[in-house]
Design a protein around this ligand. Structure first.
Ligand code: FNR
Length: 387
């Protein structure tokens, strides 16, 4: 039976009769304003900030504004089913939780809360290499959930192989390799506060618990955290790889591999040629290259070039149901949803993430129906008008 996500709307109105309001706003595009009032300045800046002038973040939103949905009528859209399958993973809706590292700075329950919230809706959380809980702890927190793992590619082959092995053994089915963050961008909002969570021991649980990583240290991280963090920096940041090196990952990961951060058609073609199973068209939410293309602008030509060969996913700037419909209409199989759930986690832990997801899914369900569609598979570029 398809989930009736839109029912969250009537639930909110009915609870209102007893004087109850939603825990925080249902307008996910304005969550940052709410979060700015409650979070520490460091945490807020780390979530909200982007590369350089912030131009790429603005372009991400502007790209969505250029496309308009043209609703259709009398399509029998009363009953809807948002479910879909991506790379062998069944999803209750075409939405995955984007990998977001260092969630302990947002809430003490960190990735465990997010994993439980995602599991309660049958949506995969993509666990970051930069998680504040280990691969195994997150798997334990969501035993029956679909699980994907995101790799920040370490330059130490033994550490890389060990982490991949752990993820595979813990039941993560799809590997997402993030290629656009091999070194950290110039991020003035964090720089001004001289704040980077990882150097304070947040978001390093997986490497610090890794046997191959620990074998490189003269003393265990519990005895000399500073030395462990220095090694973390040396292994996880500052090394760019080449296309020929993807075979290292292919040989060590039996399941589907998805490359995250693709913006150029030629890179999308190279991913397909290299035997990858999918890509995420993404600019990391504007956190890496300042002055870059709005990510949605990159989607249509990439789908035309490789959409019949590999799965194309999308992220960067998704804030509401209409955004999801636009990305799907332009050929994405599903979207990765990022900052809004991080704000939800920071505001109210697992319940906060659940509220944010319920809002997105209800809005998606209702807007899909009102625009004349019953499933995510029915939409196509003809649903949209470019203004
Ligand atoms: C991220 N993102 C990210 N991506 C990744 O592959 N590994 C990671 O550890 C992180 N960490 C991270 C932290 C924070 C605070 C943010 C906001 C983002 C990028 C993320 O997966 C996704 O690409 C963006 O969040 C998409 O942009 P929007 O829609 O959130 O603006």
């Amino acid at each position: 039976m398809a989930e009736r996500f839109g029912d969250y709307q009537s639930e909110i109105y009915l609870r209102g009769l007893a004087g109850t309001k939603p825990p925080f706003t249902t307008d996910l595009a304005s969550l940052d304003t709410v979060a700015a009032r409650s979070l520490t300045p460091e945490t807020f800046a780390y979530i909200a900030g982007g590369a350089g002038s912030g131009a790429t973040m603005r372009s991400n939103r502007a790209a969505f504004e250029k496309w308009k949905i043209v609703p259709r009528l009398l399509t029998n859209a009363t009953e809807r089913d948002l479910s879909t399958t991506v790379l062998g993973t069944e999803l209750s809706a075409p939405v995955l939780l984007a990998p977001i590292g260092a969630q302990s700075i947002m809430h003490p329950d960190a990735e465990l809360a997010t994993a439980r919230a995602a599991a309660s809706f049958g949506l995969p959380m993509i666990l970051s290499t930069a998680g504040s809980r280990t691969i195994e702890e997150v798997a334990e927190a969501s035993p029956v959930a679909p699980r994907w793992f995101q790799l920040y590619w370490p330059n130490d082959p033994d550490v890389c192989a060990s982490i991949l092995d752990r993820a595979r053994r813990a039941g993560y089915s799809v590997l997402v390799v993030t290629l656009d963050t091999w070194t950290l961008a110039w991020r003035p909002r964090d720089l001004d506060k001289a704040y980077l969570p990882f150097l304070r021991g947040e978001g390093v649980a997986t490497p610090l618990s890794d046997p191959a990583f620990r074998a490189r240290l003269p003393k265990p991280p519990e005895e000399d955290l500073a030395a462990a963090l220095l090694l973390w920096t040396a292994i996880f940041s500052g090394t760019d790889f080449g296309w020929d090196q993807l075979s290292f990952l292919r040989d060590r990961w039996p399941g589907p591999i998805v490359l995250k951060g693709v913006q150029h058609v030629d890179d999308a073609r190279r991913a397909a040629d290299a035997g990858m199973d999918g890509i995420v068209v993404s600019n990391h939410g504007g956190r890496q290259v300042d002055g870059a293309l709005g990510a949605l602008e990159a989607l249509p030509p990439i789908v035309r070039a490789v959409g019949s060969r590999i799965e194309v996913l999308f992220d960067s700037g998704v804030r509401n149901g209409a955004d999801v419909i636009k990305a799907l209409s332009l050929g994405a199989k599903a979207v990765l949803f990022g900052r809004p759930y991080a704000y939800g986690l920071a505001l109210d832990g697992e319940e906060g993430v659940r509220h944010v997801l319920r809002c997105l899914l209800a809005d998606l369900d209702i807007t899909l129906g009102l625009s004349g569609h019953r499933t995510p598979h029915e939409v196509s570029p003809s649903v949209l008008h470019r203004s």
